[in-house]
Design a binder for this molecule. Structure first.
Ligand code: B12
Length: 222
C-alpha cells in the first residue's frame, strides 16, 4: 500500500505536480500532488527516510537522467524541483531532529569573477533531490570563501561552476587551496566551457556536463 503511495509521489516529482491546486501538468489537473501525498504518507506512518529515498530521490533521479539525455528540458527540471520542495517542506522537521538523514553536505558556488548562476542553481536542485544537504555560496566566490565553508563542514563535497573562459582559470586556484586545506576533499567541476581534459589538468575529482552526472559520480564513489 505504502509502495503505491511512494510511487505516486515519485511520479508527481518527476512530472512536476506540486499540489492539487497546481494546473500543471494538464493531465493531472485536480489530482493530489507531491504536497498532499507526502503529508498523507507521513500521516500513514511511512518513515521519512523511505519517502526521501523511495520517492523523492527516485522522481528527481528519473527527471535528472531524462535531462542528461535531452529528453526533458530546463522548465521540466524546474517544475520537478518545485514539486520536490513542496514534499521536502513536510520532511524538514525530521531532518532537523535527525530522524531523516542527508547523504552528505554539498558545498557549491560559481567561482571568483563569474556571475552566471542558472546552471549552478539547477545543480543545487538536483543535488537536493538526490538527498544531499546543499550549501550554496552563490556567485563570484573566492577560493578563501570555499576553504572557509569546507572547514565549517568537514567531510563535505565541493562543486565549482564556471561559465566564462576567463574565470575557468580561477577553478585551478580554488582546487589547489581546497586540497591544501583538506587533502581528502572531493571536488566536482562543471559549466559550459569545461571539458574532462581541463578537469584532469586542474586536479578535480570529477567533471560533469550536467547536474545528474555529479550525483551519479558520488553514488559510484561512495
Ligand atoms: C544568461 C547569460 C548571462 C547572464 C547571467 C544570468 C545568471 N543569473 O546566470 C548575464 C546577462 C548576467 C551574463 C553576463 C555575462 N556574460 Co553571459 N551568458 C549567458 C548565457 C546566454 C546563458 C548561460 C546559461 O545560463 N545557460 C543555461 C544553463 C542551464 O547552462 P549552464 O550554465 O551551462 O549549466 C549547465 C551545465 O553546464 C552544468 N553545470 C553548470 N555548472 C555546474 C557545476 C557542477 C558542479 C556540475 C556538475 C554541472 C554544472 O549543469 C547545468 C545544467 O545542465 C550564455 C550563452 C549560452 N547560450 O550559454 C552567455 C555566456 C556564458 N556569457 C558570456 C559573456 C561573455 C558574458 C559577459 C562577459 C558579457 C559582458 N560583456 O558583460 C558577462 C559576464 C558577467 C560575469 N562576470 O559573470 C559568454 C562567455 C564566452 C566565453 N567564452 O567565456 C557566453 C557564452 C555568451 C557568448 N556566446 O558570448 N550572461
Amino acid at each position: 500500500m505504502s509502495e503505491d503511495l511512494l510511487k505516486q509521489i515519485a511520479d508527481c516529482i518527476q512530472r512536476g505536480k506540486v499540489n492539487a491546486a497546481s494546473p500543471y501538468p494538464p493531465d493531472m489537473k485536480g489530482e493530489d500532488g507531491a504536497d498532499e501525498l507526502t503529508r498523507k504518507a507521513l500521516d500513514d506512518g511511512v518513515p521519512p527516510n523511505d519517502i526521501l529515498e523511495k520517492a523523492l530521490m527516485i522522481g528527481m533521479g528519473n527527471v535528472g537522467h531524462l535531462f542528461s539525455e535531452n529528453k526533458v528540458f530546463v522548465p521540466d527540471l524546474l517544475m520537478a524541483a518545485k514539486a520536490m520542495s513542496a514534499a521536502m517542506a513536510h520532511l524538514e522537521p525530521f531532518f532537523s531532529s535527525g530522524e531523516a538523514k542527508h547523504r552528505g553536505v554539498f558545498v557549491i558556488g560559481t567561482v571568483q569573477g563569474d556571475l552566471h548562476d542558472i546552471g549552478k542553481n539547477l545543480v543545487c536542485m538536483v543535488m537536493e533531490g538526490g538527498g544531499w544537504k546543499v550549501i550554496d555560496l552563490g556567485v563570484d566566490v573566492s577560493p578563501e570563501k570555499f576553504v572557509e565553508a569546507v572547514k565549517k563542514n568537514p567531510g563535505c563535497v565541493v562543486g565549482l561552476s564556471a561559465l566564462l573562459t576567463t574565470t575557468m582559470v580561477n577553478m585551478e586556484k580554488t582546487v589547489t587551496m581546497l586540497r591544501e586545506a583538506d587533502p581528502a576533499i572531493r571536488v566536482i567541476v562543471g559549466g559550459a566551457p569545461l571539458t574532462q581534459e581541463f578537469a584532469d589538468k586542474i586536479g578535480a575529482d570529477a567533471y560533469s556536463p550536467d547536474p545528474q552526472g555529479a550525483l551519479d559520480f558520488l553514488a559510484q564513489s561512495a
